[in-house]
Design a protein around this ligand. Sequence first.
Ligand SMILES: C[S@@+](CC[C@H](N)C(=O)[O-])C[C@H]1O[C@@H](n2cnc3c(N)ncnc32)[C@H](O)[C@@H]1O
Length: 467
Amino acid sequence: MGRRKNRIIESVEVVDIVTKGKGLARKDGKVIFIENAIPGDVVDVRIQKKKKDYSMGYVYKMIKPSPQRIKPFCEHFGNCGGCKWQYLSYEQQLKYKEKIVHEAFTRVGKLSFEEILPILGSEKSQYYRNKMEYTFSNSRWILPEEAEAGIEIVERNALGFHVPKLFSKIVDIHECFLQDDFANTIRNAVRTFALENDYSFYDILNHQGLLRNLLIRNSLIGEWMVIVSFGEKDESKTEQLMEYLDKTFPQITSLHYVVNLKKNDTLFDQNIICWKGKGYIDEYLEELKFKISPKSFFQTNPYQAVKLYDVVRRFANLQGDETVYDLYTGTGSIAQFLARYCKKVVGVEEVADAIKDARYNAKENKLDNCHFVVGDVKNEFNPQFVQKHGAVDLLITDPPRAGLHETVVQNILTIAPPRIVYVSCNPATQARDLKLMEEQYRIVNIQPVDMFPHTYHIENVVLLEKR
Ligand SMILES: C[S@@+](CC[C@H](N)C(=O)[O-])C[C@H]1O[C@@H](n2cnc3c(N)ncnc32)[C@H](O)[C@@H]1O
């Protein structure tokens, strides 16, 4: 059984790219989805999952690479799980992203619409992220070339990213092209300091070791936040590392540490201590100022965030007297972006800390027409809520990848706002939700925006009008 499931299908030609960036091939009338394959590749596929109508697998052997393939620019490509589309030129990536949106709307949603506007690409396709999280590990991923050479592995400690699907192994990262290059300088210096001073690196399987995670955030105005997460209490070593970072990098404007003794790495429920600096960094989008605390959510590509919000603003076409609802508001950035052009904005978000930041930011930005509510959209956004806060002239919704809960769709249909701007990071769930709304709403505009070059992720904004 097992062997049949993992069988190899020889010499298939990839003809398309579909959702989640998988290559699509056909063999004997059946569809095969292949990881890390692009149109034009001829490959042997190892099948990992076999269903009635389709199979899923990965490239077992490259027979003939697609002429579209280019040389990935990063030395860690193939070992690290990020930036998976580096083998495509940026222009090709954009074409495929447009196509993925088109497929989602036609095949998944079977929706009617006139056109999809050309995707808004990113001027910066490298060094565009403002937040990266690295993991310390005493179990470095041994590179295939090291294994093949049979050399003795002396250094097993690593600071970098998880190997895809192998959570306990970490790729030791020397250069990453995602965040400003200064992040490379900080990360590499921390690794060297830790190795030279005998700090233990975390054992992910046994939950022991001092150094656990390194989080680096920055903003467009040149502020830097560093958070070191320790897996054990060691005041002396914590102090030494903090002193080292403080003295070596005066550019760090907010330096923190946390002792995380839990089994998982998340910090939302941990006490993050500010060692030096103001405790947060500031970011600007147009003239709006946003305070980003260690636990705050903020769009991770600030260059494209402005473009994305500008699309929302254009679709919203506000005249000044509207009441706008911003569901899944996060730290209220879309809400504040629009508050300058309408009568009132009501934002709903389930993370209390995010709403705290949203209220603080709105006050700092002198916007007194924003009202923020903590709660699950599924429970909050209903006819009673709207009765309390005022009739909806425009609804913005920006849910997580899973899309809208059915109850939320039902409530939207009952409340029936005249216009809706649906921002999504997953066109497939967006298309599914729009299908449920199709009887009452007409698609007016569709605008994909690329927030994450070299990945298959796409942000898509849709304007809907009540029929
Ligand atoms: C894609 S983010 C959008 C953030 C914001 N619009 C922005 O541009 O920064 C989705 C947000 O929805 C929040 N969220 C997820 N599920 C939720 C729910 N059921 N109810 C309320 N908020 C939720 C998340 O915490 C997150 O802040």
